[in-house]
Design a protein around this ligand. Structure first.
Ligand SMILES: [Zn+2]
Ligand SMILES: [Zn+2]
Length: 294
């Protein structure tokens, strides 16, 4: 097996290229794809990376930090923890210390929220709402322009297909992109997905190659949900046609952009003053349902 770029021995298989590359060319391949995303971020901005400690968020934080100077970006890291595993907390402390970035720890219990682990389906919903809300809120309150997350190409391909088969076009119109701009008038940070063009396996290989620590963030629900069914199918397609997931994501994004209504309806939540499409945001409604007294 030879590197498809330099013909030296290939060490890492890149699914989206359908071939092997050497360590050096893997690094170049990976950072080139992260650059493709960062190029769309306004220069001089600050990015708060949401870090769970899993391989994707570690790869996102490390690669953005590596390219920060080139794109004139300030980088910080935030971890949201419900009783998080010790290991993930250690990974977070170590990586933020090694990189010398500002760190923000967000305890969901300070917000009166307990993740209902006894109900895995509800736990995923709560976890999703809480993570999105608190990352945005802490970013805005700490002067960050963007929030970055570790979603990779495999996640995006899954979102694309899932939103099509459930006919959920709103998400595709406004959020299905590697970068969405900040809307400070709505207290909404922009969103950046540095790993938008790299696969799940690529991010694992990056973390290994760079000698970074990561922790297992698998939730109890994982393996039983829809993703666990759809992602292997997408992988089978890519095994035959290596560029197919890149093309799926590109096509859906292009169609969504063309079809998107020009105005995005955003209100400020009546309770907390953060953005929502309705009157009260999902986070405030959730707290109400969970019986949190404010
Ligand atoms: Zn090479
Ligand atoms: Zn609210």
């Amino acid at each position: 097996m030879r590197c498809i770029y330099c013909r030296r021995p290939g060490t890492i298989f890149v699914q989206n290229l359908g071939g092997y590359v050497c360590d050096e060319h893997f690094k170049r391949y990976f950072l080139k794809r992260v650059r493709r995303v960062l190029r769309r971020v306004r220069r001089g901005s600050s990015i708060l990376v949401g870090v769970s400690g899993g391989k994707d968020s570690i790869a996102a934080l490390h690669s953005v930090h590596t390219l920060a100077e080139e794109f004139n970006l300030k980088v910080g890291a935030a971890m949201i923890y419900s009783p998080v595993s010790e290991e993930c907390r250690e990974v977070f402390d170590q990586v933020t210390q090694d990189l010398g970035v500002e760190r923000i720890l967000i305890n969901v219990e300070d917000w009166g929220i307990r993740i209902p682990r006894e109900n895995p389906y509800l736990a995923c919903v709560v976890c999703g709402v809480v993570t999105r809300y608190l990352l945005n809120r802490y970013a805005v309150e700490n002067g960050y322009d963007y929030v970055a997350t570790g979603h990779n190409l495999d996640d995006m391909a899954y979102f694309a297909l899932n939103n099509l088969i459930t006919h959920s076009l709103q998400y595709l119109y406004h959020q299905f992109d590697s970068v969405t701009p900040p809307m400070p008038e709505y207290r909404m940070a922009g969103k950046v997905k540095p790993l938008f063009w790299v696969s799940d396996m690529d991010s694992l290989n990056y973390v290994r190659l760079m000698g970074l620590r990561s922790c297992n963030t698998k939730c109890p629900h994982e393996g039983r949900d829809k993703q666990a069914f759809i992602k292997p199918l997408l992988n089978q397609i890519r095994e035959r046609w290596p560029s197919s997931l890149v093309n799926l994501v590109t096509s859906v994004r292009e169609l969504a952009r063309r079809a998107a209504p020009p105005e995005r309806k955003v209100n400020l939540c009546e309770r907390c003053g953060y953005p929502t499409s309705g009157r009260v945001c999902a986070f405030c409604r959730l707290r109400e349902k969970l019986g949190v007294i404010t």
